[in-house]
Design a protein around this ligand. Structure first.
Ligand code: TXA
Ligand code: MG
Length: 326
């Protein structure tokens, strides 16, 4: 990461622009979280409903009190265990936090990313703020409801000139969005599963956690809307044992297949994602984009195993299937 890139990114943030920011989860569409005009530009570019809150990214866990009040012990412990890293903590908001950032709720989502480029930008942005709260609001850099970006090229193709600067940070390591933990309740609640599992959270806290509610009523977490992370091509989940039959049923159609198994199938396009949940998540969005672009009539996805380490992947696949087909 060049110092020049960091400097230009901070300049863009300071003058109210938008940057494509690489993080270890997915790329973010980032702006100064304290500037209402900048935050409005994020919503306009994404086509995102105004009542959906965005995550504030900060340089250090010690920045929490600049954005949140009544920080519970659970949050301190999760921050100590998992930051910098792919976890977002929901906390009671400090009074200055913009309604546009919180979606008008009394909470704020905070995250300290671990990606070296994100860390460098956040640190340099903070250094220029002279002690005032320094936070970067960044939802995933995709149009609302579509597949999240894991490369700089995805961000450019999605937003073109609507984003002022896209930083190059390689392919995002984790590949799916951060685990969101609501620390305003006891027990804490997983609002969105990710690489960090409910079990890991529970081990750190030494107490049980409330599960990931499959269907929240209000869009507290926009990922909780069913139509999300979705390819334009109709996408269906198929159990491993039913793949051959499902492909035969689609005989007149062009089939794209995302499989765990290596077994041979006659399909038009195929990606083997393998049986390791972290490697699967790492490649998931790029795979969905590639299969979506393969000109097929349907994308069939072999249903992964269930359980802890697969929660994040299963959550994204279920939504991708539900929201697919436009
Ligand atoms: O990994 C990530 O979290 C990525 C990278 C860029 O950091 N960001 C991301 O942002 O996934 P976004 O906006 O696509 O998803 C953030 C989720 C949304 O579903 C939003 O509703 C939820 O976080 N969220 C943010 N603030 C919240 C709050 N105060 N209460 C409840 N949910 C919140
Ligand atoms: Mg998103």
């Amino acid at each position: 990461m060049s110092e020049d890139g960091v400097r230009r990114a901070v300049e863009v943030l300071e003058r109210g622009g938008l940057i494509g920011l690489p993080t270890e989860t997915v790329y973010g569409l980032a702006a100064d979280a304290s500037n209402p005009v900048s935050v409005a530009r994020i919503f306009a570019a994404k086509g995102r409903p105004a009542d959906h809150p965005v995550i504030v990214h900060v340089a250090e866990a010690s920045d929490m009190p600049a954005w949140a009040i009544d920080i519970p012990d659970s949050a301190q412990r999760l921050a100590a265990a998992f930051w910098p890293g792919p976890m977002t903590l929901i906390l009671k908001r400090a009074p200055h936090v913009l309604d546009a950032v919180t979606g008008g709720q009394d909470t704020v989502g905070l995250r300290v990313p671990s990606h070296a480029v994100a860390r460098a930008v956040l640190a340099a942005f903070a250094a220029g703020r002279g002690g005032r709260p320094a936070g970067v609001a960044a939802p995933s850099a995709n149009k609302f409801g579509r597949v999240s970006p894991t490369t700089a090229a995805h961000v450019r193709s999605e937003f073109g000139d609507a984003v002022d600067l896209v930083l190059e940070g390689g392919q995002s390591d984790v590949g799916i969005e951060s685990t969101i933990v609501d620390c305003t309740t006891t027990p804490v609640r997983i609002l969105r599963p990710g690489r960090i599992t409910a079990e890991q959270v529970s081990v750190v806290l030494g107490s049980p956690v409330a599960g990931h509610a499959a269907k929240a009523q209000a869009p507290r977490v926009s990922g909780s809307l069913d139509a999300h992370y979705a390819p334009a091509t109709p996408t269906r989940l198929v159990a491993a044992g039913e793949l051959a039959m499902a492909i035969a049923d689609e005989a007149v159609h062009r089939v794209a297949l995302l499989s765990i198994t290596d077994a041979p199938f006659a399909v038009h396009a195929r990606i083997r994602a393998g049986s390791d949940p972290q490697a699967y998540a790492h490649g998931l969005y790029a795979a969905l984009r590639q299969l979506d672009a393969a000109g097929c009539d349907v994308i069939l996805v072999e249903t992964p195993p269930v359980g802890g380490e697969w929660d994040g992947v299963n959550d994204r696949l279920r939504r991708a299937a539900f929201g697919s087909g436009g």
